[in-house]
Design a protein. Structure first.
Lengths: 375, 288
């Protein structure tokens, strides 16, 4: 049980800044996911917390201890790697117990019992005497998890543990990880590049870009109120549409986009005005655009006519790619419209789901959830 | 560990499945090559059974009657048993020393992350460019200065550092995923414990192969023992062979005895090769 505090953590490899001045607080028992594209520094950050990499500057605390310059084995962390990192010549049981004595002091009988318990918990109780080459990928990862569990660490550090598994197994393991965390409640930092894993697993998700944390929030807030265009792009599939926009910033602001084909109100809390800017970008998620025929909500803005260029079926929904006034947009609809490339459809937008970004990619405003009615 | 014995099997299958003339030609070529390789050894074996006079009859290539006599003479009268024992002790000590030093060096190169790591590695490799004949004079001087000439320490110590072994072990260890090393570090497993419990068990085949190669090369050492050992009773088999050649009375060499000793000196490496052949395939074949 321990919280993790990072203070101005910096990690440089020569000229490259892998982790840039990160300060982060992870409360006791939280499941925090670090997510970002390859090379964003998420793994380096995790490895710096574990002590496998030494920081260039800054401080790391785990629980009440400052561990900045403490050996990895004395930090109270257990790590799980993408490639499982099992010793190929040892049985699953030996893999779990080898090196255990530096973490916990138990008698042989107690260790035997603990291994058996952990094995049962993870559903590998029958496989403990097998060597890794006789285990499947999922089983190997369970052994690696078991090894971490057995160490009773203050903090779990998981580095893309599911990335080597096939999609079906990944879904299953994801659910099991959540249940496991609910049961044992150990503070966990989980690195992944997969936004689905990030959204489903994390109490909070930290989106990293270029060595910095762009935003740390609960998955829903991340989706609803991305702090930057990068976060808005990274979270959500298919990707958010970004359109050049004119903003009328007075009370009851409006946005005009798509070569003046679409004007929408941009509801703000208490009708505050928006900062005047002429090079903002409007963000709207494909799932917040609707076919005109599927809604009768007259608060929706539009319609605009979109020429379909591509039709992607996802089973439960359809993604339509198309152009409106030479701007490319994507819409995702749970309707199953019978359209093909070249057809024209009429699209409306939910004004309460709009986002505004400035030209640097910072968020200017999110549309308020409900339009405030003035009397 | 994967079963490497499938390699010769596939070669056999390929030979068996080729048909007609090309198969005949292949077999003929193989027999020719094998004959060329075996002929000197076969002749040596035959001569080692003949009397000295019979050896000098150049057309006499049939086994003679002096087999037991030749071998007992060589082993006991000419002390060849002692020389072979000396060789064996030297090879064993050198191999143990080489394994200890090169395994430790390779572990340090893989386990630790330190400055000038690759520079040090290349410096070790660079010593390959300096074979014994090149440095024999300064080496002799060094041994003379520290008083190790004509001693077992002087005989074995120059062989104990091995760039080849360090290189082979380092490559082998590097094929082990970094995350395995890191897991060990997170568990506070030190480099020696890691070497003994992880690296060595994971590299058994490579170690066996390297041991075989090192045994044969040490067993065949001639130049350094020749200069480093003066006292005949401490001399090794390869130089002992030379002694027998030099003892021929009345100006002619007792080739039958030389050949008998030559056959004897071939036996230990042959045993080692037979025992370690499956590991050698993986060692020399570029990893397991």
């Amino acid at each position: 049980m321990a919280r993790i505090e990072l203070e101005s953590l910096q990690k440089e490899f020569g000229e490259t800044v892998a982790v840039n001045d990160i300060s982060l607080s992870v409360p006791d028992g939280e499941f925090l996911v670090l997510v970002g594209p390859s090379g964003c520094g998420k793994s380096t950050l995790l490895r710096t917390i574990s002590g496998l990499e030494s920081q260039t500057s800054g401080d790391i605390s785990i629980g009440d201890n400052r561990v900045t310059n403490v050996e990895p084995k004395d930090r109270g962390v257990a790590m799980v790697f993408q490639d499982y990192a099992l010793y190929p010549h040892m049985t699953a049981r030996r893999n779990m117990t080898f090196g255990l004595d530096s973490h916990v002091s138990m008698s042989d009988d107690e260790i035997e019992q603990a291994v058996q318990d952990v094995g049962e918990t993870l559903g590998i109780g029958d496989l403990l005497d097998r060597t890794p080459d006789a285990l499947s990928g999922g089983e190997k990862q369970r052994v690696a998890m078991g090894r971490a569990l057995l160490r009773e660490p203050d903090v779990f550090l998981l580095d893309e543990p599911l990335s080597n598994l096939d999609a079906k197994l990944r879904d299953q393991m994801r659910a099991e990880l959540t249940q496991l965390h609910e049961r044992i409640g150990t503070t966990t930092i989980y690195v992944t590049h997969d936004q689905t894993e990030a959204m489903t697993l994390g109490d909070r998700v930290a989106v990293m870009n270029d060595g910095e944390i762009e935003q740390v929030e609960s998955p829903q807030v991340l989706y609803d109120e991305p702090a930057s265009r990068f976060v808005a792009e990274f979270i959500g599939s298919p990707q958010m549409n970004f359109l050049p926009v004119d903003v009328e910033g007075r009370s009851r602001p409006t946005v005009t986009t798509l070569q003046r084909h679409l004007t929408s109100p941009f509801p703000t809390p208490n009708e505050t005005s928006l900062p005047a800017t002429d090079n903002a970008v409007l963000g709207v998620r494909p799932e917040d655009l609707y076919l005109a025929q599927e809604t009768e909500d007259d608060s929706f803005a539009g319609p605009v006519e979109m020429t379909v260029t591509l039709h992607e079926t996802l089973g439960d929904s359809v993604v339509l790619h198309g152009t409106v006034a030479n701007e490319r947009i994507r819409i995702r609809t749970s309707q199953r419209p019978n359209v093909t490339a070249g057809d024209t459809i009429r699209v409306v937008v939910d004004p309460t789901r709009l986002h505004l970004f400035d030209s640097d990619g910072d968020t200017l405003a999110h549309a308020a959830e409900k339009m405030v009615q003035t009397v | 560990m994967p079963d490497v014995s499938i390699v010769p099997d596939t070669v056999n299958e390929r030979l068996l499945t080729t048909t007609g003339d090309s198969q005949l030609a292949t077999h003929a070529a193989l027999w020719l090559i094998i004959s060329v390789l075996i002929l000197p050894i076969a002749l040596a074996a035959v001569y080692s059974t003949q009397t000295t006079n019979a050896v000098y009859q150049i057309t006499n290539v049939f086994p003679g009657s002096a087999l037991v006599e030749n071998y007992t003479t060589v082993l006991f009268e000419y002390n060849f048993g002692q020389y072979m024992w000396n060789s064996f002790v030297m090879a064993t000590v050198v191999i143990v020393g080489k394994l200890v030093f090169s395994l430790l060096a390779a572990t340090a190169l893989v386990y630790y992350d330190f400055r000038f790591q690759s520079l040090i590695f290349y410096a070790i490799l660079f010593t390959l460019l300096m074979p014994l004949p090149v440095r024999i004079v300064p080496l002799y001087q060094l041994m003379a200065d520290i008083g190790w000439l004509n001693s077992f320490a002087g005989l074995t110590s120059p062989f104990i550092a091995s760039a080849t072994a360090v290189f082979l072990f380092r490559q082998q260890f590097r094929s082990i995923p970094a995350s395995v090393v890191e897991t060990a570090k997170l568990d506070g497993i030190g480099p020696i414990q890691f070497l003994i419990n992880v690296l060595i068990p994971m590299s058994k085949g490579m170690i066996a192969g390297v041991t075989a190669i090192m045994f044969i090369s040490t067993w065949n050492a001639y130049l350094w023992p020749l200069v480093a050992i003066i006292d005949r009773t401490n001399q090794v088999a390869q130089v002992g062979l030379r002694y027998i050649q030099g003892t021929g009375a009345e100006g002619f060499v007792q080739w039958n005895l030389v050949m008998a000793a030559g056959i004897l000196v071939l036996i230990p490496p042959l045993i080692v090769l037979l025992v370690a052949r499956r590991y050698l395939l993986s060692t020399l074949g570029g990893g397991e």
